[in-house]
Design a protein around this ligand. Structure first.
Ligand code: PRP
Ligand code: URA
Length: 209
């Protein structure tokens, strides 16, 4: 079973609290998403592979460890996952970026796919799937299904807020995937929104409501 890592770092907790507040405006919400992605990404990239390369310091030649940056793919689930991309790219600027477009049907809450474009060599890459919200888990499960069907193997899922129902659904469907969560919330409401949550992440990120 993949690990579930819930962050207890005070900076992350503080920034998530700011994002939850209904009076936080679009610009601050976006800035906070980028900052939290960086802080979470720092831990989620702990297992990245290094390669030894020879360099020359002003003193002498030496061998040092450097990231195999070209082996990473970042895949936001549209729309709200886009809010995490810039923060992750600050950490791994050479990563390739794929996109999976999904929205939840407002009646059934089932995910509907409308877009999927991934790096052609996705099977060789360590993949970070990004979405701020893991509610029923339907979107994350479907996105990872698509990515696996197209050859993706080594997958990590990163989200801001998760409901217990979503964590279970994702673990049941994809037990090989590690899950990084900034905050684990209480439950889902009757509309499958996370309680207390932060509302609709896409709308808050783009000011569409
Ligand atoms: C939100 C969120 C996730 C999904 C989570 O997207 O960004 O993708 O809901 O819910 P689930 O775990 O129950 O599937 P939404 O469908 O609102 O689309 P948007 O990002 O385009 O606003
Ligand atoms: N999608 C969101 O954006 N927020 C929720 O609380 C649940 C799904």
């Amino acid at each position: 079973m993949g690990k579930v890592y819930v962050f207890d770092h005070p900076l992350i907790q503080h920034k998530v609290a700011l994002m939850r507040m209904k009076e936080t405006n679009v610009k601050d919400f976006r800035d906070l998403a980028r900052e939290i992605a960086m802080l979470m990404g720092f831990e989620a990239t702990r297992d990245l592979e290094l390669e030894e390369v020879e360099i020359e310091t002003p003193i002498c030649k030496t061998r040092v460890n450097m990231l195999k940056g070209e082996d990473i793919a970042i895949i936001p689930i549209l729309r709200a996952g886009l809010g995490f991309v810039d923060g992750m790219l600050e950490l791994v600027p050479n990563a390739k970026v794929g996109h999976v477009g999904l929205y939840r049907d407002p009646e059934t809450h089932e995910p509907v796919e409308y877009y999927c474009k991934l790096p052609t060599d996705i099977g060789k890459r360590k993949i970070f799937v990004l979405d701020p919200m893991l509610a029923t888990g339907g979107s994350a499960v479907a996105a990872i299904d698509f990515i696996k069907k197209r050859g993706g193997k080594d997958i990590v899922f990163m989200c801001l807020i998760a409901a217990p129902e979503g964590i279970k659904a994702l673990q049941d469907a994809h037990p090989d995937v590690d899950i990084y969560i900034a905050s684990k919330d209480e439950k889902l409401n009757e509309n499958a929104y996370i309680v207390p949550g932060l509302g609709d992440a896409g709308d808050r990120l783009y000011g569409t409501k």
